[in-house]
Design a protein around this ligand. Structure first.
Ligand code: UD1
Length: 419
């Protein structure tokens, strides 16, 4: 069977309202964290994404009961029976590494295969492992398999990360929650998804403070209990739909978002000349004026401009008058949208960490291939603005992070279908 593609008839202005689903980067660690509770957890706002389904398969393989109804997932981790994740399940989703801290914290033993690289280049986990070693874990690596053991309860540690890795901060928090001592994580990632994970763990009885700042303190507790929790909205998905409005000269009300998590992204759209109006749980964007180039967009850890939004903004800047420069500081291989956007007629030169974009008056539709999740979203935006038909293939990437992107965009006037 050939994989389906998106077919986009470009040139239609986006206009209307979209409700933004729960955050992929929050729901994955939260689902892993349910392992620590030992009880029944009810997680609301879980988007229907392939990565979420993979997480549920991992939870089931470990012996948990996992049931989904609409966007609510119920997990009973009382019956956990295994500490090993198969290589096949690990390969399905790179971010499954966040299960390491959770399994280790619950069972004091975890075996899983090394995640290796991904589309964005090498994805090292040295910071995760050195943090877990500081908590007392013994870690053996053999032929790509990690075997981690804690000989007793975590008694706390003072850990300074060499860089504010999101995944390492999460893994250390997860491993330190059940224990007797105080763990301080310095130079911790400040991403809102970290605060969401801490919010969930605290709802289960954990004692975590400082989340959202660069010093997170985890005071060990004896046990946790089940809890009900609603995952935060996806700020990258929200930015993608803002991009759809901007690149088509349209307007959009995004519902169910947290504008306070999105200031650096909002600022870039404002610099392009869009009107952006944040309300408490909504953002309105209007792109009535021609788009202007942005001198420099630099990706940085939160609260800086997010690397996940970079390909999205790159797509929009292809139509902005003047020369824009993007500097990618987080991942080596994150300009993979550029060659495909060039096929649509964009003028982009990318080398190393820097991409230079000369805005063009028109893009024209052609066949494109998604090379990773956000590059795929960038091509969809390019297709919305291009004259004629654009196809986007390799949709399994897009489906990892967007709940039916075509349904959302069709509801606001785009001509887009999956076939
Ligand atoms: C998370 C997000 C991802 C986002 C990224 C940066 C999830 C599931 N994914 O990924 O969408 O793009 O944050 O905001 O939440 N690094 C090391 N050693 C380590 C760990 C990381 O050198 O042990 C480097 C990475 O190669 C990268 C940088 O640190 O250059 C940031 O990575 P990190 O913050 O860990 O990203 P992830 O948690 O993998």
């Amino acid at each position: 069977m050939t994989e389906s593609k998106l077919y986009i008839e470009g040139g239609r202005k986006i206009s209307g309202e979209i409700g933004v689903h729960g955050a992929k980067n929050s729901v994955l660690p939260v689902l892993a964290a349910t392992l620590l509770s030992g009880g029944v957890c009810v997680i609301h706002n879980c988007p229907a994404l392939s990565d979420v389904f993979s997480s549920c398969r991992i939870l089931r393989s470990l012996g948990c009961k996992c049931r989904r109804e609409g966007n609510t997932v119920e997990i009973d981790s009382g019956s956990i029976s295994d500490y090993e994740i198969s290589e096949q399940l690990m390969r399905e989703m790179r971010s499954s590494i966040v299960f390491l801290g959770a399994i280790l914290g619950r069972l004091r033993r975890c075996r899983l295969s090394f995640p290796g690289g991904c589309e964005l280049g090498p994805r090292p986990i040295d910071i995760h492992l050195s943090g877990l070693r500081r908590l007392g874990a013994k870690i053996y690596e053999d032929h790509g398999v990690l075997d981690c053991t804690l000989s007793g309860a975590v008694t706390g540690a003072d850990i300074t990360l060499t860089l504010p890795s999101v995944g390492a901060t999460e893994n250390i928090m997860l491993a330190a929650v059940l224990g007797t001592g105080e763990t301080v994580i310095r130079n911790a990632a400040r991403e809102p998804e970290i605060a969401d994970l801490a919010g969930f763990l605290n709802a289960c009885g954990a004692d975590i403070s400082g989340q959202g700042s660069s010093t997170v303190t985890v005071r060990g507790v004896q046990s946790l209990h089940g809890a009900e929790y609603t995952v935060m909205p996806d700020r990258i998905v929200a930015a993608t739909y803002m991009g759809a409005a901007a690149i088509t000269g349209g307007e959009l009300m995004l519902k169910g978002v947290r504008p306070s998590d999105m200031y650096s992204t909002v600022s870039v759209f404002e610099q392009m000349g869009c009107g952006v109006y944040p309300y408490s749980d909504r953002i309105y964007i209007s792109a009535k004026k021609p788009l202007q180039a942005v001198k420099t967009v630099r990706t940085m850890p939160y609260p800086g401009f997010p690397t996940d939004c970079q390909p999205i903004v790159m797509a929009v800047l292809t139509k902005a008058k003047g020369t824009s420069v993007i500097v990618e500081n987080i991942f080596e291989n994150r300009f993979r949208a550029a060659p495909e956007l060039r096929r649509l007629g964009a003028d982009i030169k990318a080398e190393g960490k820097v991409a230079v974009i000369e805005g063009v008056a028109r893009l024209s539709g052609t066949a494109t291939v998604a090379t990773d999740l956000r590059a795929g979203a960038a091509l969809v935006l390019g297709g919305l603005a291009a004259e004629g038909t654009t196809t986007v293939s390799n949709l399994h990437y897009i489906d990892r992070g967007y709940e039916s992107i075509e349904t959302a965009l069709r509801s606001v006037g785009a001509r887009i279908r999956r076939n």
